[in-house]
Design a protein around this ligand. Structure first.
Ligand code: MGP
Length: 345
């Protein structure tokens, strides 16, 4: 973050800056403001996380919450001022371009998402199950550098060690992460694959995933991740060397019954797999530890029916000797020992 602020500042101080047109100058200045606001937010989140940890120990939660809320309100006020200023600048720009109506519509949609995202950042760590919060560094080793998660992501994100391991096994040219969520897997794939296409139906998840990828060194100018807002079940012309599936399992209650069935998921777990296997035989399926073995055998048959092999590798993922999840590998990923895959091209 500091580096990006410094880069933007040095752009503004450079002699070329004077030669930029009015629109470009405004854009760069606005970018700097936004970066500075984001940095402040990260610092606040960090302080709040530390405070809540201390307060948990001292059992004096109420005081800290009030304080945190005041801090966050101050920050919001400051941000509102800055955003008002930047909105009036945007109006100028739109008049210059003569596309006011179109831009306004787009901006309204963007603002709606950004507002939701702001609320998410504000509430971050306030309303989460303590079990998952205590495991935050297991989920993201860089958690304190500004990772943002919504309620669902806290219990769905893949622990970093497991995500790293899967990414190493899936190293290829183009990998599609069909349910990218908050980006835990996407981030690790970006280090082992040339291109990662990360799909999610929920635009908020994509904002989070993009934001979280920046914590791990990506930026809008320099990234190999393409975020796509789409229904994973309706993607046409999809091409991929490997498809990774980590869909919603229906919440943390997946262990309520001793066996988890794929057709209890929404979308249906078999349909998800059928869609993917039609694109490539190299599919990786991240599933609950109690998934029905009969259902896994059915997946292998579906693979065979679609021209692939009926072989399937079941990998059990442990952390501290506790079984957390299973990962199924199909196609050339079965017992692959980190081989690279031929590109679809
Ligand atoms: P968990 O429910 O926290 O199991 O999920 P754990 O820790 O064994 O619970 P305990 O109560 O038995 O101690 C373990 C892991 O499964 C999470 O960290 C996620 O990576 C993954 N996971 C859990 N859910 C509910 C989902 C989900 O809906 N979708 C996906 N893709 N992964 C999930």
């Amino acid at each position: 973050m500091d580096k990006r602020i410094e880069n933007t500042k040095s752009k503004i101080n450079s002699p070329e800056f004077q030669s930029f047109n009015k629109v470009k100058k405004k854009r760069i200045r606005r970018q700097l403001k936004k970066l500075e606001i984001t940095k402040k937010r990260f610092e606040k989140i960090k302080q709040r996380a530390n405070k809540s940890r201390e307060n948990n120990e001292n059992e004096s939660e109420n005081e800290s919450e009030n304080e945190s809320e005041n801090e966050s309100e101050n920050l919001d006020e400051e941000e509102e001022e800055n955003e008002n200023e930047s909105e009036s600048e945007t109006k100028d720009v739109e008049n210059v371009n003569g596309k006011q109506k179109e831009n306004e519509k787009e901006k309204q949609k963007e603002n709606e998402n950004e507002n939701k995202f702001d609320t998410l950042i504000k509430n971050n760590n306030n309303d989460i199950m303590s079990k998952y919060y205590s495991q935050r560094y297991r989920l993201f080793s860089k958690f304190d550098e500004g990772i943002v998660l919504d309620q669902e992501s806290w219990f769905s994100v893949t622990p970093e060690l497991i995500a790293q391991h899967i990414a190493e096994r899936c190293s290829c040219n183009t990998l599609v992460d069909l349910f990218c969520g908050a980006g835990g897997n996407t981030i690790q794939f970006s280090f082992t694959c040339n291109v990662v296409v990360s799909v999610d139906l929920d635009p908020m998840k994509l904002l989070m995933a993009k934001h979280n990828s920046w914590v791990y060194g990506h930026s809008s100018e320099n990234t190999n991740i393409e975020f796509v807002n789409s229904d994973a079940m309706n993607l046409s012309n999809l091409k991929a060397d490997v498809i990774f599936l980590s869909p919603p399992w229906g919440g943390p209650n997946y262990t309520d019954s001793s066996i988890f069935h794929l057709d209890s998921m929404t979308p249906n777990g078999f349909e998800i797999f059928k869609n993917a296997i039609k694109v490539t035989p190299n599919v990786v399926y991240f599933l609950p530890k109690n998934t029905s073995k009969v259902d896994i055998a059915k997946l292998a048959l579906i693979s065979k029916e679609n021209g692939g092999s009926e072989l399937c590798e079941i990998e059990e993922n442990y952390i501290n000797e506790k079984l957390k999840t299973i990962t199924l590998y199909f196609g050339s990923l079965v017992n692959n020992n980190n081989k690279n895959y031929e590109s679809y091209q």
